[in-house]
Design a protein around this ligand. Structure first.
Ligand code: GLU
Length: 494
């Protein structure tokens, strides 16, 4: 059997370190077995998927050196590799399930579903679909469909019994069917849900091993039922532990930079980031911490993955990156700097910001130092302003951080409009509102235009600087709570 693994990221937002982590383990396992690694884009959520986000996934995987054997760009015999282009396949398969009686049309309105859910919550029961449309006769279904009544397709789930499946790391897992919802497989817009598409695609793409995040463990009963309905063999399952913040919570952009682009732009080396991700839940047999991708492939052993949540620790990653940088000879170091800083893409974004402001090339660096490197450390006095009290400064930064946390895209005009609206709601002139942000972002009162700086730095770094500014201003837990509450009264755009 040829080992075939895959990652199936959704192209929403920035490319996440979690995606790089999954890619690394799937890639290493496939390479170790001379198998194939497939990239599939899960873009059935049309409202949230963007081409920029998809492009960013390709860019960071290439930067990391995790090449895919089949997928967008490179093609392959099981394409298309974007779910939005595979609709005909899903429809064909849904017809089969409907004909077998393993799936059914459901016409329930949102209002009815909400009522059912509320009743179940009240009775402290598992919230799930109550099977209302299961009993509709074939004639009635045909009539309602012909009349154009909106409907979804749901899967049938046994009323009694339990599902037992095997996860390679956890052994046998049993989940009673009473806890499993009659999952929607096809939405009213004709698009499949994740649960349906993932099963159809993994089968048609010949995936033999699914290595993915443990958040999907509880979905396996739904998937296993679908494999049974289709009479398909189930791939082997390996649910990897989720990356965590230092406080053990699930790694989130509110607490840590999570975008791979951030690490690249901050001058982390791809080999150091990969090495660090390789230590997440796994270690070399000899516990050696520094290893190359090649060494990882040779020594990789799925059964040595630990299920306890690995901490994604910035300090450790920085230390590791330092080890890699120090190990380079001068020539290789120079090449790295050139790749990172002096590459045309980075400069292309930077030049328009400085061209009008510099008379000599040597004027450039002082203008952009806070964009390319860390900004200087701040003191509370840096935020002193003749019209703004400390409380207002804290409020501006706190509210802007909340706004940034909500942003799904990072565009100059949109950021400008949202901040302007926020300033108005805070009863502050835009100029005054922007002052603390200038300081927090650039460390200076006079710098390049704030919104250009935000765009160049990107969301993770911008958020990180605001978080740091709040620390410098010694925001207290009480103050934070009060501001969070005040925020609920405001309208923030996302
Ligand atoms: N789109 C899902 C995710 O990004 C894929 C999960 C899976 O690998 O099955 O988490």
């Amino acid at each position: 059997m040829t080992v075939r693994t895959r990652i199936a990221p959704s192209p929403t937002g920035d490319p996440h370190v979690g995606t790089a982590y999954m890619a690394l383990f799937n890639w290493a396992f496939a390479r170790q077995h001379d198998g194939q690694f497939v990239l599939r884009i899960e873009d059935t959520d049309q409202a949230r998927s963007t081409p920029e986000s998809e492009q960013a996934i390709f860019t960071v995987l290439r930067w990391l050196g995790l090449d895919w054997d089949e997928g967008p760009i490179v093609g392959g015999p099981h394409g298309p590799y974007r779910q939005s282009e595979r609709q005909a396949l899903y429809l064909e398969h849904i017809e089969k399930l409907l004909a077998q009686g393993d799936a059914f049309h459901c016409f329930c309105s949102k209002q009815r579903l909400d009522e059912v859910r509320a009743e179940q919550q009240e009775a402290k029961q598992t919230t799930r679909y109550d099977g209302h449309c299961l009993g509709l006769s074939a004639d009635e279904v045909a009539k309602r469909l012909a009349a154009g009544e909106p409907s979804v397709v749901r899967m049938r789930v046994p009323e009694t019994g339990a599902c037992t499946f095997k996860d390679r790391l956890r052994g046998e897992v049993t989940i009673p069917y009473s806890q499993i919802d009659m999952q929607v497989l096809l939405k009213a817009d004709g698009m499949p849900t994740y649960h349906f598409a993932v099963v159809v695609d993994d089968h048609l793409m010949g995936i033999t091993h699914i290595l993915r995040g443990e958040e999907w463990l509880n979905s396996v009963p739904k998937h296993q039922l679908l494999y049974q309905y289709f009479d398909w063999p189930m791939p082997e399952l390996v649910h990897l532990p989720l990356l965590r913040n230092t406080d053990q919570s699930k790694l989130s952009k509110r607490k840590n930079p999570t975008s791979v682009t951030y690490y690249r732009d901050q001058g982390y080396l791809p080999e150091a980031l990969l090495n660090y991700l390789g230590l997440m839940g796994w270690s070399m047999p000899d516990e050696e911490e520094l290893f190359t991708l090649q060494q990882m492939v040779q020594a990789f052993d799925i059964d040595r993955i630990s299920t306890s949540g690995p901490i994604f620790d910035q300090d450790k990653l920085r230390w590791m990156n330092g080890q890699y940088l120090r190990a380079l000879d001068a020539e290789a170091y120079a090449e790295k700097v050139q790749e990172w800083l002096l590459n045309k893409d980075r400069l292309r974004d930077l030049i328009p910001l400085v061209q009008e402001r510099a008379e000599r090339l040597s004027d450039l660096l002082p203008l952009v130092d806070y964009l390319l490197g860390a900004r200087r450390a701040l003191k509370p006095e840096d935020f002193a302003h003749k019209k703004l009290e400390r409380e207002q400064v804290v409020k501006v930064i706190h509210h802007t951080l909340a706004l940034f946390d909500r942003k799904r895209s990072w565009q100059r005009d949109d950021l400008y409009e949202s901040i302007k609206a926020l300033a108005e709601q805070c009863d502050l002139k835009l100029r005054e509102f922007l002052f603390p942000l200038f300081i927090a972002i650039s460390g200076r009162e006079v710098s390049l235009p704030l919104f250009d700086s935000l765009i160049f730095l990107g969301p993770d770094l911008s958020r990180g600087r605001l978080r740091d500014a709040l620390e410098v201003l010694a925001i207290s837990g009480k103050e934070r709570k009060r501001l969070d509450k005040a925020l609920d009264q405001l309208q923030l755009s996302d």
